[in-house]
Design a protein around this ligand. Structure first.
Ligand code: AMP
Ligand code: GLY
Length: 423
């Protein structure tokens, strides 16, 4: 079966690795891909839905796997579903309506409220209701959580200790378009105190397969300090996601979400990422994403020992309950190697060395490209994800950090404390 994967980051590298391993995969294409992904498939440059659709027809692609959220929010699944000659292609990724679970915080909070899915209390405001928003803030206690409604490249959430500052930021978001159109609506939420984890499923709209859970390390600095990033590392499995906790996740969150989508006639085929807060043993949804996580995927798929393409084919006919998932019981750890300065401004085009001598680590490329001299250079904030498996967290981490000793580029930065809070 011919497959096309959309994306170019660490998450798509992790997906590419498991897709390439499947005995069901014939020709495997990735657009745009990156230099590290060339070992898994053919990287092709396609721009826009029309080019992607034409490419699928010409190359007899049977499955389109969408890595990032933006094309989903922009309606790539609907585009395929509406075209007579594309509608039989299996698209892994939800349609535009369903993608609002990630694309609009207001939509997702309403959805959770309608279906009794545990989440922080909230209210939504616009520039017309700014004063009511400020009043609502005064009824809450510090810290204050403000969320831009739309996609804001992971920067649209503010957590503020001071009420005056929260009122000022609310005004900046609503009146001065701090996050552009994304903050034309703002969700104000009760602050939840606990420890975060990420849970993933693949669903066909009726059934679901639970993937391994993971913990992400979001802040740039050690001890979880400093600015938020896309994620600096990940661990899977997560020790506190025990059977009791995961049973609550399944019953109160995953199943209510899938039943809720179905009840609203929203046909969902693809991954759902539940960003959860464990509050005293009870899971609450912090956010939905309509894709896999990054850098969670790097750890999750390192433990994935089944045929992912078989799962994709079962999605089409809503037969996912027939799928047998095998998960490697070892622990996977991922450490992100970043450009110095990230998540603020950073330099690019730094030559990367040491990519050949990597023991049994998986080196996923996240932000790399090839320069005119055929050297691999940096091209993003998060550059490489180093993933290792081990009996225990410490074993896997030791392997990651040992591997990293051999890799270098100018101003390379990584966190040395990934997973330490779980040891
Ligand atoms: P989000 O984009 O909604 O996942 O928010 C980004 C980050 O802000 C989350 O990963 C949490 O660390 C934090 N956060 C979001 N909402 C809350 C909340 N209600 N209580 C505490 N922390 C939150
Ligand atoms: N690691 C968090 C995310 O992918 O959104």
């Amino acid at each position: 079966m011919n497959i096309l994967l959309l994306g170019s980051g660490g998450r798509e590298s992790a997906l590419a690795r498991v897709i390439a391993k499947s005995s069901k995969t014939d020709k495997f294409f990735i657009t745009p891909g990156n230099p590290g992904m060339k070992q898994y498939g053919d990287c092709v440059d396609l721009k826009g839905f029309d080019q992607i659709g034409d490419f699928c027809k010409t190359n007899d692609v049977k499955i389109l796997v969408v890595g990032p959220e933006q094309p989903l929010v922009d309606g790539i699944s609907d585009y395929f579903a509406e075209k007579e000659d594309l509608k039989d292609i299996i698209v892994i990724g939800p349609n535009k309506v369903a993608a609002q679970l990630e694309g609009s915080k207001d939509f997702s909070k309403h959805f959770m409220q309608r279906h009794n899915i545990p989440t922080a209390k909230y209210a939504t405001f616009t520039s017309q209701t700014l004063e009511q928003g400020k009043e609502f803030l005064r009824t809450l206690s510090s810290p204050y959580v403000l969320k831009a409604d739309g996609l804001a490249a992971g920067k649209g959430v503010l957590i503020l200790d001071d009420l005056n500052q929260a009122e000022k930021e609310l005004e900046d978001m609503l009146k001065n378009e701090k996050f552009g159109e994304a903050s034309s609506k703002v969700v104000i939420e009760e602050f939840l105190s606990g420890i975060e984890c990420s849970v993933f499923v693949l669903t066909d709209g009726d059934n679901y397969v639970l993937l391994p859970e993971a913990k992400d390390y979001k802040r740039i600095g050690e001890g979880d300090t400093g600015l938020n990033t896309g994620g600096m590392g990940s661990i899977s499995p997560v020790p506190f996601c025990n059977e009791e906790f995961m049973q609550k996740v399944k019953t109160n969150i995953i199943e209510r979400t899938i039943q809720g989508l179905k009840a609203e006639n929203i046909n969902y085929q693809g991954f759902i990422f539940f960003g959860l807060m464990n509050v005293g043993g009870d899971p609450y949804v912090i956010e939905y994403n309509v894709r896999m996580g990054d850098p969670e995927s790097e750890s999750v798929f390192a433990r994935f020992d089944s045929d992912i393409v078989e799962a994709f084919t079962l999605v089409k006919d809503k037969r996912l309950k027939e799928y047998n998932i095998n998960i490697n019981p070892l622990t996977a750890t991922t450490v992100m190697l970043c450009s110095g300065g990230y998540p603020e401004s950073y330099e690019k085009n730094k030559v990367i060395s040491g990519l050949d001598n990597t023991f049994d680590a998986i080196i996923y490329h996240a932000g790399t490209k090839e320069n005119a001299d055929n050297q691999i250079v940096t091209s993003g904030g998060r550059v490489l994800a180093v993933t290792c498996l081990g009996e225990k967290i410490q074993d896997a981490l030791d392997k990651c950090y040992k591997t990293i000793e051999n890799i270098s580029f100018d101003k390379m930065y990584f966190r040395k404390d990934i997973g330490k809070d779980l040891l």
